[in-house]
Design a binder for this molecule. Sequence first.
Ligand code: SF4
Ligand code: SF4
Length: 297
Amino acid sequence: MTGEIFDIKRFAVHDGPGIRATAFLKGCPLNCAWCHNPEGKRPGSEICLLELQCIGCGACAKACPNGALVFDSAPAISRERCIRCGRCAKACPAGAIAAKGMKITAEALVAELSKEEIFFQASGGGITLSGGDPLFQPEFTAETLRLARAKGFHTALETCLYAAPSVLEALLDLPDLWIVDIKLMDEEEHKKKTGRSNAPILKNYERLAASGRPMLTRIPIIPGYTDSIDNLNSIGKYIAATNAKSAAEPMFYNPLAESKYKSYDMEYSLLRAQPYTEEQEDYYRNIITAAGVAVII
Ligand code: SF4
Ligand code: SF4
């Protein structure tokens, strides 16, 4: 079973309990403006250009088979012409170009993630699948989780839950922890801001809650997108009514993704957004708590 990933994070401490190794899988059905991993949104490699690392040798332009990369004192990629073949990344001696995306078997991925096994045992950690969205590659995700569990690892799965009910059923018992997002309660707003209806997400959320599987609900709090009082109050009430067992973890806007968008020549819609102050963060936490949900700080 082969799938596609774009990164592995080692010694992760925010993707489930303990110290973890997290694999980021390619592909996501949503298109959120605040996504921290824009290189994970679509299948296939994304070509990342880190201008500050460039030593000006011009090898990338010579390697490009499609005339998509021009070198004129600095490299510039025509994203329209680029076929994402990755030859420029292989040719670059300075690591200034990277092709983010690689095929890997589930066995090889679990072997790779197992390298920190000793830390998993000592910390109560394990492996996490994230993305993109792991439900975009359901068979690969299922096989990876099965193999990880067979090795005795704790498994966590981070997902937006936008998937067919059959996908959820097939995966239901495989992660030891489901880490799921609820972004917007209003369906039209959800369509406008993520590109998709939230109806399948909420249906899956309710099924997951009814199953009693351990889960954590994350709420991205993003200026001008999800941070209205109405939205946060509605999400809090929804979680309390549907799944009193799940705590909520607010995920506050973090501007660090901006440079990543630049390196992929992708448009970043939150250019002028400011991070929240501690007082603002407390204010938003209180809205969710007042709706009846325990909030993780
Ligand atoms: S990925 Fe391929 S087509 Fe795109 S710029 Fe690099 S060499 Fe050219
Ligand atoms: S191959 Fe790498 S170092 Fe050389 S010009 Fe291209 S990006 Fe710069």
